[in-house]
Each structure stands twice: as structure tokens, then as C-alpha cells.
Design a protein around this ligand. Structure first.
Ligand SMILES: NC(=O)c1ccc[n+]([C@@H]2O[C@H](COP(=O)([O-])OP(=O)(O)OC[C@H]3O[C@@H](n4cnc5c(N)ncnc54)[C@H](O)[C@@H]3O)[C@@H](O)[C@H]2O)c1
Length: 441
């Protein structure tokens, strides 16, 4: 498997690549291809992201990204522009990495993809290949081809599987590369751009490639919802979810990955993609009750956690101060899109709680809409001050070594809820805490 640094000068034929959208997918993609020796132009319409990139700085928090990015920018292999039409004007390969948020009735909102097509259709060089890396519904390759109106420009689907927090590692050493298109020659050419990663290549048609991405993410939601449902059962039966995970996870048919119960799945992909797959199935009159149940189980898990916190608070959350540790949807990213932590803080507030939160990526000065109604502080101890319950919702490494003696001293009562099962609860209990986790009391 490839590692950053192994490929300097390894590329036989440098290609000209455009990447549209400098986000969690576009930046690692651009950096990977520039690192492989290709000439990459990235188009980003957001001024903050653009100006950071132009200085060789990453606008997103991703391990190992900054050094690679700076090297690509200073070598001249990666340049940044605002206008997608300019980025594509000399390109052989054009990657669409724009956002596809949840739209009406769960369908993916393709307005950003459509807008790029309108922007670039006249500027695309003859024979360029347009590649959909955004997660898009089955049929989008055809839709893009129609919008471009350029029979000389093949459209290929190349779904992205990287995980935020390990995006660089995942880009340089992916589990697999999937490409799909009507034009198999174009699909193979796109696959060859990633050959240096050494990952298995799955070449298929466009609808299958598009469906693979949704199938992968939705499979993960069902696995997580299953273990979350088991953790609820553990609470009801007095069983221990941590031991249950060990007891089933050693079975290689099950495995430990995505088997940790938690505060419900969230983030920028799993919620919107599971809803989108249901919507896609609906377009051909198919129902997938399994996915609907995974979504319902997720909502139930978040309500269940709030009821556990309420129990720790003594039966009511009205007027109760709750300290929260972690707001991002998982550790090692600054991304809060559809964060389970924000769903839970919102449910806590609806039940009357005052929520004081600390997250290492959120300064107390931040005033984004999704933080409305929360008091943001700069340390775990400040979050705990005056709180009746302290709740851990994101698995940041620093929360595994909490000083329960110091936290207990500033709280109204010593009650702790570990929403990620990463803390040794016996240590909290040794400091007089009533301490519960997910599926363990
Ligand atoms: N975030 C992930 O972990 C992840 C993983 C796999 C797949 N995906 C998929 O990849 C796609 C992108 O996700 P993301 O998280 O990188 O989104 P993002 O919102 O972080 O980045 C998208 C970027 O595209 C820019 N953009 C939109 N229209 C543009 C235009 N016309 N010209 C220039 N820039 C434009 C936006 O300003 C934004 O910066 C989505 O379809 C997502 O579902 C995301």
C-alpha cells in the first residue's frame, strides 16, 4: 500500500487534473494527485478556503495534510483558483468534489453538481474526462452528461470512501478504487490515475459505481444501529455492552470495526446517504425496511441517551446545567455537520437543560448557527463547573484522561455519562461519581 513520500518522481506521465470543490474530499484528492506528480488546479468558490490553500495551509483539520499540501503548493504542482471554468480549461481529468447535501424528501440535492456543469460545459477541452467523486444518486452520470451536452466528454463515476480524521491515510492507501462508466476506456484511464496506491480496482458501469457508495455507507449505519440497539437492551437487562462487543467482535464474520455503541451515527455522510438510498429505492417503488429501521433506531438511541442523562440528573432536566465534552461528529475533525453531539445537546435543551460545552476545535468566540443556545467554554473543567451531569459525546483522546478529582470539585453533583465508552468508569467512581456509559451502569 502507498504511503505519502513514496512516490516522488514515480509518475511516468504527468496528467493535467482539475478538482472542483476544496472540501474534505477535494483537498485530499488534489493533494494525492499532485503528490503523484500530476499538475492539479483546484477550484473553490469559498474565499476563506481558497485563501488558506493559496498560502499552503489547510482550511480543514486533517492529520498529515498540512505538510503535504504546503509541498504541493510550493512545488507549483497544485494551484488554486475561484472559477471552475478556468480550472478545467486545460484539464484532461476533471473531478467534481462538490457538496451534495440532503434535499427534499431525503433525495440528494444536486444543485451544486448541476451548477458546475453549467459553469464548465463550454470550457472543457475536447476529450477531457469528467469524474463524479461527489456522492450522487444512481443516474447522475447520465444527468451530468446531459447537462454538459458534450458527446466528446465521457463521464465517469469514482465514489470516494475516505473517512474524515484519516483522510490522507485513506487517500494514499484506500481499501479499493471504484470506477464506473459507459465508456470503459475512460473508466480505466481514471483508475490508472490511482494505480500508485496499489489498491484493488473495481471497474463497473456508472449506476453500479453510484450505488456502491450508498450501499457501503448504509451497511455501516445498519451495523451501528444494531449495536446501539443491543446497548439499549443491555441497559434494560443490566448487561454490559463493552463485554458484549468483545464477545461478538472476535467472531471474524462480525469483526470489531463499527461495532462500538455510541451517541448515534451522524456526520456529513451517513445520515444523508441513508436517506438518499431510501429515496433512490422509492423512485423504483422499492422499500428497504432495514434502512428505515436503522434510521429509526438511531433516533431512538439519541432519545435513550437523553433519558439516561435525565435519570443521572435526578429525574428532570428542567433548569439543570449539563456539561458537554465534544461537539464534532467524531474526533480528529472540526466537522460538526449532523453531529450526534449537537442532536443530543438540542434534545437536552428542549428538555429544559442549560448546556455548557467544550470541544478542542471550537473556540468560545465562535458564533455559528449550529451552536445557538449553547454556552461554549475553553476547557473540560469550565464545562463541568456547576453542572449536575457531565456528558462525553465525542471521543477526543484528551477525554480519556479526565481528572475526575478536579472535575468533581467544581460540579454541583458527581455524575458522569460516557457517550463513547472510552473512559474507565471505575476511576470516576473512585472519585465519588455515579458513572454510566452506553449500555453499562
Ligand atoms: N466528507 C466526507 O467524509 C466524505 C467522504 C466521502 C464522500 N463525500 C462526498 O463528497 C462530496 C463532497 O463532500 P465534502 O465533505 O468534501 O464537502 P464540502 O462541503 O467540505 O466541500 C465542497 C466544496 O465545494 C465547493 N463548491 C461548491 N460548488 C462549487 C463551485 N461551483 N465551484 C467551486 N467550488 C464549489 C464548496 O464551496 C465547498 O468548499 C459530497 O458529495 C459528500 O457526500 C464526503
Amino acid at each position: 500500500m502507498a504511503r505519502p513520500g513514496e512516490h516522488e518522481g514515480a509518475v511516468q506521465t504527468p496528467r493535467r487534473v482539475a478538482v472542483i470543490g476544496a472540501g474534505y474530499v477535494g483537498i485530499p484528492t488534489a493533494v494525492l494527485l499532485a503528490h503523484f506528480g500530476h499538475t492539479v488546479v483546484i477550484a473553490e468558490r469559498d474565499e476563506y478556503r481558497r485563501s488558506m490553500l493559496q498560502k499552503g495551509l489547510s482550511p480543514i483539520l486533517e492529520e498529515d495534510l498540512e505538510g503535504l499540501l504546503a509541498a504541493c503548493v510550493s512545488s507549483g504542482r497544485l494551484t488554486i483558483v475561484e472559477d471552475a471554468a478556468i480550472a478545467v480549461s486545460d484539464a484532461e481529468f476533471v473531478f467534481l468534489c462538490v457538496n451534495t447535501p440532503m434535499g427534499i424528501d431525503g433525495h440528494a440535492d444536486l444543485s451544486y453538481v448541476d451548477a458546475v456543469c453549467t459553469q464548465i460545459h463550454a470550457a472543457l477541452p475536447h476529450g477531457a474526462i469528467v469524474i463524479n467523486k461527489s456522492t450522487v444518486p444512481v443516474g447522475t452520470s447520465r444527468r451530468v452528461a446531459d447537462l454538459l451536452g458534450r458527446p466528446d466528454v465521457p463521464v465517469v463515476s469514482n465514489p470516494e470512501f475516505l473517512r474524515e480524521g484519516t483522510a490522507v491515510r485513506d487517500s494514499f492507501a484506500p481499501d479499493r478504487t471504484v470506477v464506473g462508466g459507459d465508456n470503459q476506456e475512460a473508466a480505466a484511464a481514471v483508475g490508472s490515475l490511482f494505480a500508485l496506491t496499489g489498491a484493488p480496482l473495481v471497474v463497473t458501469d456508472a449506476p453500479t459505481a453510484e450505488l456502491i457508495k450508498y450501499a457501503a455507507n448504509t451497511f455501516l449505519t445498519t451495523k451501528l444501529s444494531f449495536i446501539n440497539a443491543m446497548s439499549q437492551l443491555c441497559d434494560a437487562l443490566g448487561a454490559n455492552a463493552v463485554d458484549l462487543v468483545k464477545g461478538i467482535g472476535y467472531d471474524p464474520r462480525i469483526g470489531f470495526s463499527f461495532l462500538n455503541p455510541g451517541p448515534g451515527w451522524g456526520g456529513p455522510c451517513l445520515p444523508k446517504d441513508s436517506h438518499a438510498l431510501l429515496a433512490i429505492a422509492g423512485t423504483v417503488d422499492e422499500e428497504i425496511p432495514l434502512i428505515a429501521a436503522a434510521i429509526e433506531t438511531n433516533d431512538r438511541q439519541q432519545r435513550h441517551i437523553v433519558s439516561r442523562i435525565q435519570e443521572l440528573a435526578g429525574g428532570s432536566l428542567s433548569g439543570v446545567r449539563v456539561g458537554v465534552l465534544g461537539l464534532t461528529f467524531k474526533a480528529n475533525t472540526g466537522d460538526r455537520r449532523d453531529s450526534p453531539a449537537l442532536v443530543i445537546t438540542s434534545l437536552l435543551r428542549s428538555a429544559g437543560a442549560e448546556v455548557v460545552a467544550y470541544d478542542p476545535t471550537v473556540p468560545s468566540s465562535e458564533t455559528s448557527d449550529d451552536l445557538e443556545g449553547l454556552v461554549i467554554v475553553e476547557t473540560a473543567e469550565e464545562a463541568a463547573r456547576g453542572a449536575k451531569v457531565l456528558v462525553l459525546l465525542t471521543e477526543w483522546a484528551e477525554f480519556t484522561t479526565l481528572d475526575f478529582g478536579a472535575l468533581g470539585d467544581v460540579m454541583e453533583q458527581r455524575a458522569f455519562f460516557d457517550g463513547r465508552n472510552i473512559v474507565n468508569l471505575d476511576e470516576a467512581r473512585a472519585h465519588g461519581f455515579t458513572a454510566w456509559g452506553i449500555g453499562r451502569s
